[in-house]
Design a binder for this molecule. Structure first.
Ligand code: NAP
Length: 312
């Protein structure tokens, strides 16, 4: 395994909660620098730059970056990194639009660099186990329930409400990353209802109906950011052969027909960095845009309803 000098771009909630601890625990990466528009010093991080371009000239030994900023800036930031010859790990979603994500994949290929569009929820071992058990099965029902409290998980984050901010699709795309990883057949968006607060650009709740080939009986998803109290991140799948698989906790736990299946503990971000190291060693990229396509199609065909204004 090679050793890499990595920089984080964007020092927000996810960089602090997940990326920095995962990198500090990894034998494959050294956290060489962070770029942040607002933080001037960061505990345990030797070098903090204000701008990525300043970092590329000031710390040329950095060979890869993890982009943890909000999705609106991601394309320009990732493009500059690739043009500077750096391998890139992208937080989810990979860009603000599908076209931008595809352009980044093409640029990485052209430059011979690794681009890793991460889907952290997929790293749960229970998700891989569910996918293995569903191979060769036909799905009759899919019920996704993804309900959380936006004030808890996105405190004060105005960007999630802007056009291109994804709204409740920001967590919902995690559910779609699981669905596209475990179902044996591709699903597509059949119907969508987007509930948008009167003072915002992005939905606070979404209902989706899916089609598939072969068709299922009922394939649905509900995402809602208005849930207080217990949070719900469940994916339930019923098969034509009569089994019911239930993933709970965002993919952390799997039950089959009511019995818990023992899987290794969830370690999403350490495992993401282990996979990034493998991709770097193999000189490969991993850019799966299927979850993002479902979000884009929901926007294309979705009905809009205006709901109560939202403030933090
Ligand atoms: P965030 O906390 O709002 O951070 C986004 C950017 O805002 C940061 O990169 C930072 O840029 C800037 N920022 C953060 N705190 C600031 C402050 N106090 N003052 C001024 N600027 C500040 O967003 P996030 O939750 O980390 O989300 C970033 C990405 O991670 C999103 O794509 C999201 O989908 C993904 N993600 C989030 C979570 C979660 O639980 N929040 C989970 C998984 C994935 P600068 O450092 O350049 O100033």
């Amino acid at each position: 395994m090679s050793f890499h000098k990595l920089a984080i771009i964007g020092y927000g909630k996810i960089a602090q909660d997940q990326h920095i601890p995962a990198i500090q625990d990894s034998a494959a990466f050294e956290l060489t620098a962070v770029t942040s528009g607002h933080a001037k010093t960061i505990p345990g991080v030797g070098r903090v730059f204000t701008e990525d371009v300043e970092m590329y000239s000031g710390a040329p030994e950095i060979n890869c970056v993890a982009i943890c900023s909000s999705p609106g800036q991601r394309f320009a930031t990732a493009r500059r990194a690739l043009l500077a010859g750096k391998h890139v790990l992208l937080e989810k979603p990979p860009a603000a639009t599908l076209g931008k994500a595809r352009a980044l994949a093409a640029l990485a290929k052209h430059k011979g660099l690794t681009l890793f569009a991460t889907w952290h929820a997929r790293e749960n071992p229970a998700v891989a186990e569910a996918a293995r058990r569903l191979q060769g099965e036909q799905v009759s029902q899919l019920t996704v329930t993804w309900k959380e409290d936006v004030r808890k998980w996105h405190p004060g984050q105005e960007w999630v409400w802007s056009a291109g901010g994804f709204g409740v699709f920001d967590p919902g795309i995690n559910a779609l990353s699981i669905v596209t990883a475990i179902l044996p057949a591709a699903v597509f968006v059949q119907s969508a209802k987007l509930s948008i607060p009167s003072n915002r650009q992005s939905p606070i709740a979404v209902e989706l109906g899916f089609g598939s080939e072969p068709p299922g009986d009922s394939l649905t998803a509900v995402f809602d950011w208005r849930q207080t109290g217990p949070q719900t991140w469940d994916v339930e799948v019923r098969t034509r052969s009569g089994s019911t698989l239930l993933l709970t906790g965002g993919g952390a736990k799997l039950e089959v027909d009511g019995q818990e299946v023992q899987t290794p503990p969830a370690r999403e971000y350490p495992d993401l960095y282990a996979r990034f190291a493998e991709l770097l060693d193999r000189g490969e990229s991993d850019v799966d845009l299927r979850p993002f396509e479902l979000v884009a199609d929901a926007y294309l065909c979705g009905e809009r309803e205006q709901v109560d204004a939202f403030s933090f």
